[in-house]
Design a protein around this ligand. Structure first.
Ligand code: SAM
Length: 332
């Protein structure tokens, strides 16, 4: 018997939602939000500025209006408050780099069935790829962290800590915010050599060169030098398989002095591994781009840390657009 109360709306919505994704990506790639800025522009003005076909540009602007990312009044288009804050290039809260990173991932997502069948990645790792893609990836991390750090950093008490190790720190955004929030703190960002120019530029933008330094280290291959009283590991474990995560955590803990604190920031899965939604989808994103990377559950992260001698676990909750979470522990 057919259940007439069921309709396919939810399934069709999920299946077609990439049309909206691609429309947003095209808007950001063509930079229509910055072109419009604080003005009200006709489609002709926008198409002239981006040297596009007027009819097609108008169709794009109308779709972005239908998505509530633009407003249309008497044939002129303007940004909404949301687009002005996040999609216009000169806004401090601009997230266009992470959107371009998502754009670069689309081809691989289209081959998810292949990755699932073979268990092998179908793209090269974002941190090890060509210049343009690496820039979107690293500055995308900067975009995300610039929006999240002001919420997250005040929730972590580092008032008695002096030297933070930011392992896989990327452009150093969290080090910057931890240092801005804790005047006694200095930080060392460890990352690959290709990340160094991005990190140095970002650290200089905040005038923190005298408190934050950068070390080009491959944390899988090399040891960590120095002694720290806090280690921050944000969004690095999901790029590695379980054994490599244990190795990285062991290295990080051995660089911690007794009483030192380790803080993991990750997309943390439920212990049943089937939610929340973003960490579950992010695991597939890692399947597509790494050999063995995935989102881990709190139980798995706690086991990695316990095996390395960490105790006194604490989970910190905060509002994040992608369900990221914090797990803190202490070295005896
Ligand atoms: C997802 S990003 C996170 C960046 C930063 N921690 C944040 O949360 O904004 C992962 C970082 O780890 C770095 N990374 C990946 N593999 C690495 C390795 N073997 N050694 C050092 N850094 C590595 C990448 O270059 C990248 O900056």
């Amino acid at each position: 018997m057919q259940n007439k109360a069921l309709n396919p709306g939810k399934i069709l919505q999920i299946s077609g939602s990439y049309w909206e994704t691609c429309t947003l990506h095209a808007g950001v790639k063509l930079d229509v939000f910055s072109i419009i800025g604080n003005h009200r522009l006709k489609s002709k003005n926008v198409s002239d500025k981006l040297q596009g076909d007027q009819r097609s540009v108008e169709m794009l602007l109308n779709a972005l209006t239908a998505m509530e990312l633009l407003e249309k009044n008497e044939n002129t288009y303007s940004n909404t408050p949301l687009s002005l804050a996040f999609l216009v290039k000169d806004s401090s809260r601009y997230i266009g780099h992470i959107i371009m990173h998502h754009y670069h991932l689309v081809d691989s997502w289209n081959r998810l069935d292949v990755a699932v069948r073979t268990g092998q990645p179908v793209r090269s790792r974002a941190s090890h790829t060509d210049e343009e893609k690496r820039q979107s990836f690293l500055m995308g991390m900067f975009n995300l962290a610039m929006n999240l750090a002001p919420v997250l950093v005040p929730k972590i008490d580092l008032s008695k800590r002096h030297h933070l190790l930011d392992l896989g720190g990327g452009p150093g955004t969290y080090s910057i915010h931890f240092c801005l929030n804790n005047r006694q703190l200095k930080a060392t960002v460890y990352d690959l050599p290709t990340t160094q120019p991005f990190a140095e530029k970002t650290i200089a933008r905040f005038n923190l060169q005298d408190r934050i330094d950068f070390k080009d280290v491959d944390y899988l291959e090399e040891e960590i030098e120095g002694v720290y009283d806090v280690v921050w590991m944000s969004q690095i474990l999901h790029g590695e398989n379980y054994e490599n995560c244990r190795k990285i955590v062991r290295k990080a803990v051995s660089a911690l002095e007794p009483g030192g604190m380790i803080i993991i920031h990750e997309f943390i899965l439920n212990n049943t591994m089937d939610g929340p939604l973003f960490p579950a989808l992010f695991s597939l994103n890692m399947l597509l781009g790494t050999s063995g990377g995935q989102s881990y559950s709190e139980e798995q992260l706690t086991a990695m840390l316990s095996d390395a001698g960490i105790r006194d676990f604490q989970r910190i909750y905060f509002e994040s657009p992608n369900d990221s979470g914090i797990l803190i522990g202490k070295k005896n």
